[in-house]
Each structure stands twice: as structure tokens, then as C-alpha cells.
Write a protein that binds this ligand. Sequence first.
Ligand SMILES: Nc1ncnc2c1ncn2[C@@H]1O[C@H](COP(=O)(O)O)[C@@H](OP(=O)(O)O)[C@H]1O
Ligand SMILES: [Mg+2]
Ligand SMILES: [Mg+2]
Ligand SMILES: [Mg+2]
Length: 400
Amino acid sequence: MEMATFTLSSRTINSLTQKTLPLLTKNTKPHFPFSLCLTLRASKSTLRAVSMSYDKELDAAKNAASLAARLCQKVQKALLQADVQSKSDKSPVTVADYGSQAVISFVLQKELGSASFSLVAEEDSGDLCNEEGNATLQRIMKLVNETLASDGTYGTAPLSEEDVLAAIDSGRSEGGPSGQHWVLDPIDGTKGFLRGDQYAIALGLLDEGKVVLGVLACPNLPLSSLASHNLQDAQDKVGCLFYAQVGSGTYMQSLDGSTPIKVHVTDLDNPEEASFFESFEAAHSLHDLSSLIAKKLGVKAPPVRIDSQAKYGALSRGDGAIYLRFPHKGYREKIWDHAAGYLVVAEAGGVVSDAAGNPLDFSKGRYLDLHEGIIATNQKLMPALLKAVKESLNEKASSL
Ligand SMILES: Nc1ncnc2c1ncn2[C@@H]1O[C@H](COP(=O)(O)O)[C@@H](OP(=O)(O)O)[C@H]1O
Ligand SMILES: [Mg+2]
Ligand SMILES: [Mg+2]
Ligand SMILES: [Mg+2]
């Protein structure tokens, strides 16, 4: 492990102390009021991550995701009101995907500058650059400009076709272990979006390969717990914004801007009382395998199946205790499907790992290299969960 000695100002110390108490050794030698010499037992990258403040980036990310959510809500509303024939048309989701990516890319660069901007995002403009694509581009441009104009801050001059294409294509970065990279899924849970169910706008920030910010906008997620909620109840208010900064916890507020509240994963330690989340789509995660794992744990409640990283958000506020994701063989997970959700859960006190208990590594480019699947729960339940996962995977392998 690399060791380092630092001389820091008292102001920096105040913010550092909150985040690094567990890292401090007895060699602390205070020279108040203006400076303090600390010897910290920590790797340089851990120290960098916890000592940096990402407040400015967080504000920009929250603004960007909230505006993109507004755009997506508008499209989903029109989609659900459309006749059956246009419902089978997949273009609304395309327009919303691209529009959301363009808005977020534009807002982040406007707020933070574009000089060293790097964005790893799901969409690119490849399909927009032919004749058919041009009509779609016109719809995207209109939607993006209406959305930006609805917010007094950004709507001063309308974006041209070229501006919109450039904003979308700035998402072609490969990410990696050094520097800062934004990670974006402009609509996660596309299938949920089309069905009128859950979806999320998921925006994370990597610094030196570690996720340091996570913002999840979940326009259809009820503000009250899913555990007590009837999903058909139209009275319940929906629209949640979860956000987390490394070392600072996870917060949730309503998408229309209520006071944020700090959220925590459940502190349940009896798996029999736990409930678990999984994908709504059986094609995205093996439902049979998760039911075997749940049975081994003694979980009594039926699975809660919802689309998108809204599952991570719900887990972070204790609506359920476990998230299980086991894609079919050969599927490679992308970093934008997990970066924001991972931090939202981790900062709420949860643990997210692959099926063998290894931490997720976001530093390898656009993909996550994983053992079998992704699991998330609280610290108390993780040992039992890992055991049940291991046994279930062995059983599955020996039955093939
Ligand atoms: N065969 C597959 N196995 C696992 N995940 C898949 C998949 N096909 C698509 N996905 C991913 O699952 C995401 C949705 O996850 P969930 O099932 O939790 O709603 C999709 O995100 P997009 O909707 O952004 O494309 C997509 O990246
Ligand atoms: Mg996705
Ligand atoms: Mg997506
Ligand atoms: Mg997709």
C-alpha cells in the first residue's frame, strides 16, 4: 500500500475529518489554527476520493438529471395516451433516449466547462445520420429545446441539429482507470418506459476508476416505500431523485424539489423477513435462480419485480433488503447500468458485489467484468446471501 504524508489547511481538515476518521493513525500531530500535519494510513486513491469535494459536480448532475426526467415524462405521457398502433412503434423511446442524453451532456458542459469533459453514455448518433434518422433528429431537437426553455437557466439560445448531435456524441468516451468520466444511462429500463412502468435516468461520475457521485432520477417511483405501497394507487405521489457523493451518504428528494432526506438500507438481519428485488424482464435476469436463492435464505415474501436502477434506489431507502441480478450466459454488463445505483446503495450503508463477493470494478472501460451476476444487500445479510448464492450456483451447474 502506498503511504503519504500531507500538510493540510484547517478548513480541509474539518471536511476531511468527517470522512476519514477510520483512516487516521495515532500519528496525528495538530498545529492549530492554520495547519495540521497528518499521517494517514490510506491508499492514495482512497484518500483522493474521500478528500475531494464534488459539490459543484453534484449540483450540475442533479439539475441535468431532473431536466432529462422532465423530457422523459413528457414523452412517456404522450406515448401512453397514444393509440394501440403507435404504442407498438418504438420511436418514442428512441427520441426520449437521445433527448435525455443530449440534455444531460449539454447541461453538464454548460455548468462545468467542456475542456476536459468525458462522458461514457449508452447512445450515439449513428442511427440519426440517414434520411429516416433526420426526421427523428428534428423531433429530438424540438424536444430538447422545449425542455431547456422550460428551465430559465439554459434556454437562452436554441440548439441547432449540429449542437444536438455533438451533445449526444460526446458520450463516446471509453472511460477507464484515470481521470474523471461521467457515466450515463439516459433511460435505463427502456422496456419499463414503454410499458408505462418504472425507468430511471442514471448518472454517475468516476474519478480515478472509482464512482464518486451517483444520481438516479426515477420519475414513476412512489415517494413512499414500496413495501407499504399499492402500485395501482393513483393517489400516491411519484417522482424520486436519489443522490450520493462518496463519503457523504445518500439522500432522496422529490423530483419537483422537496427537502432532501437521508436514506439508509434496511438493518434487517433475519433473511426470513427480507424481500428481494429483481428485473421485471425474465430475459434480463434468471428468475428461477433467484427464487432458489430466496428459498435457501428462507425468504417468505414474493419477489418485487421492477425495471431499471429504480431497484437500487428502492433498496437504498429500505423498501426491500436484497437485489439479485443474474443475466443469461454470455451477457456483458455495462457500467452505465450500475455506476449510479451502486453508489446510491453503498453510501446508504449497503454492499454491492458480484456473485462471488468481489467489489464491482468500474475502471475497465465501458463493460464490467463480473463473476456470474450482481447482488446487493446490507452488511448483516451479505454473508448468508453469498452462501446461498454459491450453493445455488453449484446446484445449477451440477444439474446441467
Ligand atoms: N439479456 C440481457 N441480460 C441482462 N441485462 C440486459 C439484457 N438485455 C438488456 N439488458 C440491460 O438491462 C437493462 C435494464 O435492466 P432491468 O432489467 O433492471 O430493467 C437495460 O438497460 P436499458 O433499458 O438502458 O437498455 C439493458 O442494458
Ligand atoms: Mg440501462
Ligand atoms: Mg438505456
Ligand atoms: Mg438500451
